[in-house]
Design a binder for this molecule. Structure first.
Ligand code: NDP
Length: 332
């Protein structure tokens, strides 16, 4: 079984990833926090044998792979150190604060010969996989437009660095728009080329951190996609739609961590709910990562996918800052 080390005593590790690793037969050998007491307490609460407060201790503890879920500013240095130590890396999104930094991370893992994945959970969702398959099967004809509804309410226990620490990679674009970028690329099988966006300061973000955004993306095929992301709306509901020449796919309640949501296909033949695989998104992500380590296929989202989602998010921020449309250039 794969021996894992957790870098970061995070909420996402506690709520989803510890269980997802174990559900796939993975063993969690150690957890690292910058705070020794937090390391010990998460280790105790989750039956992890070792809680350590240094990266060297974690990387020296005989693990095969690391899951990095610290704040966004730390992913880069931790990935480089893990790659140097010969560990496979499953890293949280956004990979880094800059696209160039994310490219370095991918290069470091490639040079070290270790597997790298980005934990974009949404491409593992049965809803998004059903939409992608329907598009590939030609069921909506030629896709013309997509709409992403990902305006949510950041729960009080997460209203920390995300809304107040620009240096840690705060803001709704780095948090949520990167997921939209990955999901759009996955469902459409297409690449974003240009974005125009406006950000909003709706009262939750501090220190100039944006807490809402709306924008439009032009894809290589000509598809136009709208996205709407927020930390500040409690009742909007989420969704993902693709509208083509012969039909529309209307996904509801699908931009979420849970294996829920529905997809309606509407065509000249009428309306049909697509069958949805209700697999746990994070378990599927870890399963693909374990297989990739064994040399069987690739992670659900690779390091390159993480560079590409960040490149779109960076273009969104630049567009909002400059008032211009901005090209998306991952340079890979
Ligand atoms: P948290 O705020 O829960 O954890 C981030 C860091 O904050 C931890 O590594 C920890 O540092 C520190 N921390 C945790 N608890 C405390 C505390 N009580 N007091 C002080 N510091 C604390 O972050 P999230 O779990 O929400 O996010 C972590 C990463 O995962 C981010 O990159 C985020 O973008 C990503 N994420 C991805 C999701 C997905 O579905 N793919 C979903 C949610 C988040 P230390 O390790 O040093 O203890």
């Amino acid at each position: 079984s794969v021996r894992w080390g957790l870098i970061g005593a995070s909420t996402i590790a506690r709520e989803w990833m510890i269980d997802a690793i174990r559900a796939n037969g993975g063993e969690i050998a150690a957890v690292m926090s910058s705070d020794a007491e937090r390391a010990r307490s998460i280790a105790r609460d989750h039956d992890i044998p070792a809680g350590v407060d240094s990266l060297d201790a974690l990387l020296g503890s005989g693990v095969d792979a690391v899951y990095i879920s610290t704040t966004n500013d730390l992913h880069h240095a931790q990935t480089l150190a893990a790659a140097r130590a010969g560990k496979h890396v499953l890293c949280e999104k956004p990979l880094d604060l800059t696209v160039a930094g994310a490219r370095d991370m991918v290069a470091a893992c490639r040079e070290a010969g270790v597997t790298m994945g980005t934990n974009h959970h949404l491409r593992n969702a049965g809803t998004h996989r059903a939409m992608r398959e329907a598009i590939v099967a030609g069921r909506i004809g030629k896709p013309l437009f997509a709409r992403v509804f990902h305006a949510v309410y950041l729960p009080p226990h997460l209203q920390g660095w995300r809304i107040a620490s620009p240096g840690a990679g705060a803001g709704v674009v780095m948090d949520i728009t990167v997921h939209d970028a990955d999901t759009l690329r996955f469902v459409l099988g297409d690449e974003p080329v240009e974005v125009a966006a406006f950000t909003q300061h709706g009262g939750m973000g501090a220190q100039g951190v944006e807490d809402g955004v709306m924008g439009t993306v032009r894809f290589a095929s000509g598809v136009l996609a709208q996205f709407h992301d927020a930390f500040t709306t409690q009742y909007a509901g989420t969704g993902f739609e693709v509208h083509g020449t012969e039909g529309s796919l209307i996904g509801r309640d699908c931009m979420t961590q849970k294996p829920v949501g529905e997809v309606l296909l509407r065509t000249a033949a009428g309306e049909e709910h697509l069958p949805i695989d209700r697999v746990n998104l994070y378990e599927r992500s870890v399963a693909a990562f374990h297989a990739a380590i064994r040399g069987e296929g690739r992670p659900a989202a690779t390091g390159e996918d993480g560079v590409r989602s960040l490149a779109m998010a960076a273009a969104v921020l630049e567009s909002a800052a400059t008032g211009r449309a901005v090209g998306v250039d991952p340079q890979i």
